[in-house]
Write a protein that binds this ligand. Structure first.
Ligand code: DC
Length: 220
């Protein structure tokens, strides 16, 4: 049986891949997987439970047992609405730390595959093209310079009324890039056959159009 098509979009933090991926999914009428949200959910649950960040086996068990639901853009963890809570910068950093453990990554494979439904899926993360959906019809590595990404994140936070310092954001983001890229299991990388989309000088609309054009040329 032929599985529904997947567009895999990987890239570093604050590259805009989530925004681009969800808009592409909307245009195509496809499902959307924000895999980073799953790691953030494990990070939040582990914080609530007081689990040590280095306790890989306990974190793996916790990840397996999470009761999560995604409904109308809202994310529930054990029926609590955590849509905003998982976006906290500290939870992002914590997610990057727990994501190095193979036990955690393995526990989240099944739930990610579960998003692959007709008519298709757009999935964003770090290892969508390399590990989770290696047969993706289109693989994209979406990136921007660290400076451009820090400035985008800064503007988002200020617009939400959250105080932020550009230098601190740049430093955190570079720390996270280094950890995500250097870990032994499923590191952030340009997968074999992936197209690189550099968005420092592109608007969101231009990035979305490029992805849609590439998808069309793959399926024509
Ligand atoms: O995309 P994000 O910023 O929400 O992801 C948060 C962290 O989760 C990221 O720093 C590393 C981890 N992550 C991962 O290891 N693999 C994925 N497919 C997605 C996220």
């Amino acid at each position: 049986m032929k599985l529904p098509p997947v567009i895999a979009i990987d890239g570093p933090t604050a590259s805009g891949k989530g925004t681009v991926a969800s808009l592409v999914a909307e245009k195509l009428g496809f499902h959307y997987l924000d895999s980073g949200a799953l790691y953030r959910l494990v990070a939040l649950a582990s914080e609530k439970q007081g689990t040590d960040l280095q306790n890989a086996s306990e974190l793996g068990i916790l990840a397996k047992r999470l009761v999560i639901s995604f409904k109308n853009g809202q994310i529930l963890l054990n029926s609590e609405n955590v849509t905003q809570a998982i976006r906290d910068e500290n939870i992002g950093l914590r997610a990057s730390v727990i994501a190095v453990h193979p036990e955690v990554r393995q526990a989240l494979v099944g739930v990610q595959h579960g998003f692959r439904l007709v008519p298709g899926l757009v999935a964003d993360g770090r290892d969508m093209a390399s590990v989770i959906f290696p047969d993706a019809v289109l693989k994209i590595f979406l990136t921007a310079t660290a400076q451009a990404r820090a400035e985008r994140r800064y503007k988002q936070l200020i617009a939400k009324g959250i105080p932020a310092k550009l230098d601190d954001l740049l430093h955190d983001l570079q720390e996270r890039d280094a950890r995500d890229s250097s870990r032994g299991t499923a590191p952030l990388l340009v997968a074999d056959g992936a197209k690189v989309l550099e968005t420092s000088e592109l608007s969101i609309d231009q990035a979305v159009k490029t992805v849609l054009d590439w998808y069309q040329s793959k399926t024509a």
